[in-house]
Design a protein around this ligand. Sequence first.
Ligand code: CA
Length: 437
Amino acid sequence: MQLMDKIIDYATGIGLHIILDQHRPGAGGQSALWYTTAYPETRWIADWQMLASHYKDNPMVVGADLHNEPHAPACWGCGQPVIDWQAAAERAGNAILAVNPNWLIFVEGVDCYGGTSDCNWWGSNLQGVRDHPVKLNVPNRLVYSVHDYPASVHGQSWFSAANYPANLPAAWDKYWGYVEQGGIAPVWVGEFGTRLQTEQDRQWFSSLINYLGKGASGINWTFWSWNPDSADTGGILMDDWLTVNSDKQNQLQVILFPMNGKRTELTVTSGVMATSGAIATPTVATGQAALTLAYQNENQSASTNQIQMALKFTNTGNSPIALTSMMARYWYTVDTPQEQVVACDYATIDCQHVQYQVVKMSSPQPNADTYLEIGFTEGVLTTGASIEVKLRIHKSDWSNYDQSNDYSFVAGANNYIPAQRIGLYYKGTLIGGSEPA
Ligand SMILES: [Ca+2]
């Protein structure tokens, strides 16, 4: 778990979303069914529940791919509990959702459906969904998943058809495309890949990219694989583990798209990105100032109609920190009750990635009945980098504040000073400054 935490903390810290996958039950090898003698179904479900609970506070870990590539003797909807993958997926999916209802449940298919003569890649035959759909207790959590490969990986019958590659879209429609096209549930192509060393493979690759479609309305996918040591496909990285295979990358480029219409690579680059091998979980705790906050007063008048501040977050540690994990609070008194209006005037990564809210305190203090909370929607603060934000607050009627009685106001801070009366939080825990008491 410590190793896994380390990888997941780093990956999610640089903006990657994670889908966990039971690629195999033990270290020995792939298994046709979701369990083995050594790892029974009870263990499979218990392990998934443990992971779903363990990562439930990290919103970048989005779901579970329940079992990799189920295949015969696994069946779909046949009603025999020890081999019925559709029923097992419902049992595990519902058990996971009971401890973490936010996760997506990714259910791969089987290989053959309705006999042994109509078969697709392992885990990639979803024909049974039409008559035996997976039913989960939480709506909108189900995603079906398939894998697809070219002739160099295995000689499926459609690769030798006279009308290849024109026959491919109809095959995909039949085995799994209909699930997405018919609006039954989304389908995620969880694996596809090739070394692109034959014309036949190149035709398959461009056909599948065209079939998946562009943008958010296309079929979603992940590529097999990033790492180069998958013998039959190679990776996006060449064998030196550094150079990108531009042949693959350039073809995939057309079906890449930003999440939610926004780019995710908002890395603040005034620092140096941690290099591989030097990556550690950020040790951000009180007294170990891997993250610091500085404050500059942008409006020093005691009586004024705007509170104006500049804040600077700096990563002084040895690993990147997700901007979504950091937050600050500026405390003040409103003096006269009016609606509070906040504006972001400047941010190193653009104000659209800054989020803020004014919160009325349930237990007011003499110098604080309200605070402005500042956070970020996405992005990464690399080692040594800083991010600066300039905000102001005014009342809806533009009446004056008295800043002299505000807890976080420091009249003389006309340059950046360490923020001692502004709260700095990492993953919800106060790590800098002090709260009013
Ligand atoms: Ca005040």
